[in-house]
Write a protein that binds this ligand. Sequence first.
Ligand code: GLA
Length: 371
Amino acid sequence: MSETSTFFAEGGVQVSAPGRVNLLGEHTDYNDGFVLPVAIPQRTHVQAAPSPDSRFHVYSSNLDEHAEFEVDGELPDGYARYVAGCVHILRDHGVKVPPLSMKVHSDVPMGSGLSSSAALEVAVLRALRRILGLELDDVQIAQYAQAAEIRYAGVQCGIMDQMASSLADTGHMLFLDTRTLDRKILPMPADTELIVIDSGVARTLAGSKYNERFAECREAARLLGVPMLRDVTDVDALSQLPSTLQKRARHVVTENARVLAAVAEGVDGPTFGRLMNASHASLRDDYEVSVPALDTLCDMLRAEEGVHGARLTGAGFGGACVALCKRGQAAGIAEAVTTRYNQDRLLQLAGVLLPAPASQNGDSQPQPLFD
Ligand code: GLA
């Protein structure tokens, strides 16, 4: 018996939670705004049983890694920090959590902007709810999961991902007001389906830049004298802000308006798609969270006749794009665009490896793929 398997007797509880793809309403949730995510079929599975000793044990079958922690001890690093964060949050709310062994397996791609961390947090909290018989509803699960991420992973995230993982399904849009948590489950625009393609560009700056955007939005709201940017609906009101803050705030104000336009009665695929295209432009130009690979991927998607619109999804700085297309065409378009995109990247890589034209002094410099 391996060292790991001694900690993971079969039995206990088994639960799961999905990742999400956000269709509209990006970087609005920590401004009390509106969001429109859909759950994806990929899920994170957690199996939990009493620990054989006084410590918590977590095993990730994706990474083949085993971590240990204590409820009052130091937080582990990596994925296990999210697990420990959920245990710590329950402890902070007065719940006595006995040591457990947990096995984690996830189909949600990591670092693609599809909420692998929220899926892990929600799945862990579902496991703890079940094994301890806690009376927590799905909204409380999302709130605890968000608190775990802010307090123990250090990301000032909003509540969209955790609400989507806890409450959304794969066939409908979850229209959520992140201020009141009022929500509606809405059908997708008629005769459409979704394509999600990972750019393959790792979201290396996501954490630090995300917190920077969070701070910029808070500062813009303070200068405007409103509690949150959600409270501004007129872009003309932003003209008094310094230029960078004006751009950040303009994204938030126009993005909230795009979500509200998208959920209006009778919105069709082409109209919804135009809102997605406008969202991407705003994220690229005003919020400055896109990267060249995401812009290229969106352009390639939009060039397909069956695509209504495309945008980056999630926090940005890499990760995935989402497109809305005519029903029945997603698989064919996804394959064509993925092939073209991969060829394009290979050509760019070849450009990096081949010597650039000689400069005047005869030196040649390799050109970076992306800066
Ligand atoms: C991350 C955060 C969310 C949200 C998105 C951007 O996924 O966890 O709360 O802010 O970025 O819309």
